[in-house]
Design a protein. Structure first.
Length: 343
């Protein structure tokens, strides 16, 4: 509601101003102020699986693992978007990594500790080679081509019966316990989150954002923007391929469903809901959407309508994203001030 004769002013909290320098270390309040937003999410990721185990919620343990997997895809999408490449085919990275790990384990009997690293790097390399010829495309044109690749691989596998065809590759080696799987994916999630945020805050990250905002200016400075885009695709694909390789061993089977459209749409929706550009927003959005989607299964076909309504309300009400909103409220406050009339 807008008050006549007033305007809303946004100011930093005093404690935030004091935390911008080394003097933060002189007070435990300032230290806690800076640590809480970082420590609490990490602690939640570690504690939630323990709570689910104690309460006997085996199903929700699997949902938690799925949320971590989708988070890797969402962060990869956010990283790729930072260089101006909008991907609609995260399922490509996920599916290629899953099939490489599944094929190595099913046909060559390679152990998990070899299939996952090889699938991560091999899948990233294959996806990069596939997408390298189209990096000159911009906007929706790049996105449409990436969307076509998972559909293409689905039809190829179905027509040629490659890697088991529609039946897939069953009987893959699974993780010894659910705890190994859970904390492996949590560790990968935290490593990617920290690495992506560190990269984007460096000079290299500034180049990425510069290519997104004004690629001609970056080219004029003598930087090969196409090589930088190839590097971004490789990093994004590595995160997605790891997620696919992990998931194939977690469920013990790999099939055509790894190229499903859900694996492409859900990461994009998570970034939109949580807020792009921070990677933490992508993770937050995922941990809202995935449990919500599973919870609404009890409503049958009405689930899609409720899910869509929640998405619309969140996007329209918070276009900046939930994470940006929470971050702003944590560091700033609003107040109404009078508008001085001009003489």
């Amino acid at each position: 509601m807008v008050k006549e004769g007033y305007r809303k002013e946004r100011l930093d909290r005093g404690i935030k101003a004091r935390c911008d320098s080394i003097f933060m270390l002189t007070s435990y309040r300032e230290i806690l102020y800076m640590l809480l937003p970082r420590v609490l999410p990490i602690a939640a990721l570690i504690i939630i699986p323990l709570v689910l185990e104690v309460s006997g919620q085996v199903y929700w343990q699997k949902v938690f693992i799925l949320a971590c997997v989708i988070s890797l895809l969402a962060m990869g999408w956010d990283y790729l978007a930072s260089v101006g490449l909008v991907s609609l085919g995260q399922a490509l990275f996920f599916g290629v990594g899953a099939y490489i790990a599944g094929a190595l384990n099913h046909y060559l009997k390679w152990p998990i500790f070899l299939t996952i690293p090889v699938a991560t790097l091999g899948g990233a390399l294959i996806c990069t080679l596939l997408l390298a010829p189209i990096i000159r495309m911009r906007g929706i044109y790049f996105g449409m081509v990436t969307l076509a690749f998972p559909l293409f691989f689905n039809r190829i596998i179905e027509a040629t019966k490659l890697c088991g065809g529609t039946e897939g590759l069953p009987g893959l080696t699974q993780f010894p316990t659910i705890w190994v799987a859970t904390y492996l994916i949590i560790g990968a999630l935290l490593i990617c989150l920290f690495a992506f945020r560190r990269i984007i805050d460096t000079d290299y990250g500034m180049v990425l954002r510069g290519i997104r905002d004004n690629d001609r200016a970056i080219m004029a400075s003598g930087i090969n923007i196409y090589w930088v885009k190839v590097q971004a695709i490789f990093i994004c694909a590595a995160a997605g391929a790891f997620a696919g390789a992990f998931m194939s061993h977690h469920i013990g089977i790999v099939g055509m469903s790894v190229f499903a459209l859900d694996m492409s749409i859900m990461p994009v929706a998570a970034v939109v809901l949580g807020g792009g550009g921070t990677f933490a927003g992508a993770t937050l959005g995922t941990f809202i959407l995935v449990p919500l989607s599973e919870f609404l299964r009890a409503y049958g076909t009405l689930r899609i309508a409720i899910y869509s309504l929640v998405m619309v309300v969140c996007v329209v009400g918070l276009p900046e994203g939930i994470f940006h909103y929470l971050q702003r409220k944590y560091h700033q406050f609003d107040r109404w001030v009078t508008v001085e009339a001009k003489e």
